[in-house]
Design a protein around this ligand. Structure first.
Ligand code: CUA
Length: 191
């Protein structure tokens, strides 16, 4: 405390206290930073968490012309191992196919990309949630138990028509799906 004339307020008291509080918060901020770096280091070294090892690309310009996402290859395919692969495209402002057909009780792989801007691929009532990024293939494994129909709203703002960008997914009994797959190479429920 500095000497001061009686009646006047002590000049440095408030400043000292502010400095103490500031030091305390700076220490907390540095400690939080150190904790996060330690967590990231632990995840990288001990849990071997790494960036995605396999990035698959798909040129949005030639998407419809050749390769995996050509029109005739979109929809659901029954694979020789009994699993089902569903291929789709998001574009302003629809999904192709606009109604995807899948069997229940079977492993399903979704593979999708975008032909223009970023779109969202979300199936209501499930935890299926992907971003469709132009240039890249988004892939996800899933399984549906109960037959029925679910909505697939685009959940990334993609332009003026965003809120009208919806698709559907229809889960059918796997025996019925197998019968349909015997007749057609690619399936969808677009009428
Ligand atoms: Cu596509 Cu929003």
């Amino acid at each position: 405390m500095t000497d001061s004339a009686p009646g006047s307020s002590p000049p440095d008291d408030g400043a000292e206290r502010a400095e103490r509080v500031e030091h305390r918060w700076a220490t907390v901020a540095v400690a939080v930073l150190v904790l996060f770096v330690a967590m990231a280091t632990f995840a990288a070294l001990h849990l071997a968490a790494m960036p995605q090892s396999r990035v698959e690309t798909a040129d949005p310009i030639t998407l419809h012309l050749d390769g995996e996402f050509i029109d005739s290859n979109l929809g659901s395919a029954l694979e020789p191992d009994g699993s089902v692969t569903v291929r789709g495209i998001g574009q302003q402002y629809s999904f192709t196919p606009s109604c995807m057909l899948v069997p229940n009780g079977m492993p399903i792989t979704f593979r999708a990309t975008s032909a223009d801007v970023v779109h969202g691929f979300l199936i209501t009532g499930t935890n299926i949630n992907l971003m469709l990024v132009p240039g890249y293939v988004s892939s996800l494994n899933a399984r549906f138990e109960t037959p029925g129909e679910r909505l697939m709203p685009c959940h990334e703002f993609c332009g003026m028509g965003h809120e009208g960008m919806w698709g559907r997914i229809k889960v059918v009994d796997k025996a019925a799906f197998a019968r349909m797959a015997a007749d057609r190479r690619r399936l969808s429920c677009v009428e």
